[in-house]
Design a binder for this molecule. Structure first.
Ligand code: GLA
Length: 401
């Protein structure tokens, strides 16, 4: 395939995918549509937690924004809801039910609304006796432990495409056992449901969650992110060293994006988004898209950076330098080029230089350096020189000429 055809195919892929869903929403299979790439979409948790604003009207509004803001066309396709969607009790048959105040039309109607817009729908539960958020004392929302088959059947009947499965109130039952029980229930449910394990890295899930019998699509590697530079930095450092465990269809998950929530600067959010992309992390937007500011939206819509995250080779970037607060991460791409991020974690601006050999390039050849934030390109020997502000990043795609 020549270069422009390849580019066209990359741009067209999300369209083919949404058309397939729109044609037959009930039968859509997450893995058919996006078989191997890190998941992209939205989850309400980072912006709303359990506040009352988390409800049916909000989530429908978010789905609409996926289309009007161009996010669906940029590849974001999951609209996921987090903790606090459920009613306090199961019904008389033991089935999970939606909180009638937040979701008066029920979960299936919400999934239908999302599917009608060519998007996919994700739900949350916990591999414990109740979920994480105790809104009232001694009371939690029902969890899946011991109810795996019934709950998976319920999710399938509601046309759920994605399950985030948390770790609270697990009664100290072995993690692999708990996550296997739901994995088997999902596989037996008759519907392909993307499986996102969320046990916060407590039991080294990178060693087992991506393999049978769990065979999850992603696993959280860390505790919860907060909308602060220090939290993002800590999580990046924990996740970047796990590159050897990620592979197509099975990804390390350093938690959802905070871009747009207001606790970091634009420079820091750009670093956050770049680092997640070069780590082939899930790109789950965690801000309220109905009120997002232009600079945050511009970050989330940077298609050149998204293309690094979504590159079909499916390799998590490798950190080749971690010294004096400067991190260099290199991610090989399908077309033979390399994505390179150079990140300055320190509080002072600095000039950096990275030799071509550090990136693994042959020094003799000449290269095109595409700057993925400035959208400009230069020619050179593959080495990088740049001025980095405090907490700033540069990101390039380097291809042989
Ligand atoms: C845990 C998870 C978070 C979120 C909350 C909901 O803390 O790690 O991502 O789902 O539970 O209560």
């Amino acid at each position: 395939m020549n270069r422009s055809l390849g580019r066209l195919a990359r741009i067209a892929a999300p369209f083919a995918f949404v058309l397939a869903i729109a044609a037959n929403p009930g039968s859509v299979r997450a893995d058919d549509a996006a078989p191997t790439l890190p998941q992209m979409g939205f989850n309400n948790w980072n912006s709303t937690h359990c506040r009352d604003e988390f409800n049916e009207a909000m989530i429908r509004g978010i789905a609409d924004k996926f289309i009007s803001l161009g996010l669906r066309d940029a590849g974001y396709h999951y609209v996921n809801i987090d903790d606090c969607w459920a009613n306090w009790q199961r019904d008389k048959n033991g089935q999970l039910q939606a909180n009638p105040k937040r979701f008066p039309n029920g979960i299936k109607a919400l999934a239908d609304y999302i599917h009608q817009r060519g998007l996919m729908f994700g739900l949350y539960s916990s591999a414990g006796t109740s979920t994480c958020e105790p809104l009232q004392e001694n009371r939690g929302f029902p969890g899946g432990l011991g109810h795996e088959k019934q709950d998976a059947a319920t999710f399938a009947s509601w046309h759920v495409d994605y399950l985030k499965y948390d770790n609270c109130n697990n009664q100290k039952v072995d993690a692999q056992q708990r996550y296997t029980a739901m994995a088997e229930a999902l596989r037996g449910s008759g519907r392909h449901i993307f499986y996102s394990v969320c046990e916060w890295g407590e039991n080294k899930p990178w060693l087992w969650a991506g393999k049978p019998p769990v065979d999850a699509n992603s696993w959280r590697t860390t505790g919860d992110i907060r909308d602060e530079y220090a939290s993002m930095l800590k999580i990046f450092k924990e996740n970047v060293v796990l590159d050897g465990y990620a592979r197509p269809g099975h990804w390390n998950d350093p938690d959802m994006l905070e871009v747009g929530n207001g606790g970091m600067s634009t420079i820091e959010y750009r670093s956050h988004f770049s680092l997640w992309s070069i780590m082939a992390a899930p790109l789950l937007i965690g801000t309220d898209l109905r009120t997002i500011k232009p600079d945050a939206l511009q970050i989330l819509l940077n298609k050149e950076v998204i293309a690094v995250d979504q590159d079909p080779l499916g390799v998590q970037g490798k950190q080749v330098r971690d010294a004096d607060g400067i991190h260099v991460i290199v991610k090989p791409l399908k077309d033979g080029s390399e994505a390179v991020a150079v990140f300055n974690e320190t509080d002072a601006a600095t000039d950096i230089s990275v030799d071509a050999s550090e990136i693994g390039l042959k020094k003799t050849a000449s290269y095109r350096l595409r700057d993925l934030w400035q959208h400009t390109q230069t020619k050179g020997d593959g080495s990088i020189k740049a001025h980095l502000p405090a907490h700033g990043i540069v990101m390039y795609r380097i291809s042989a000429l």
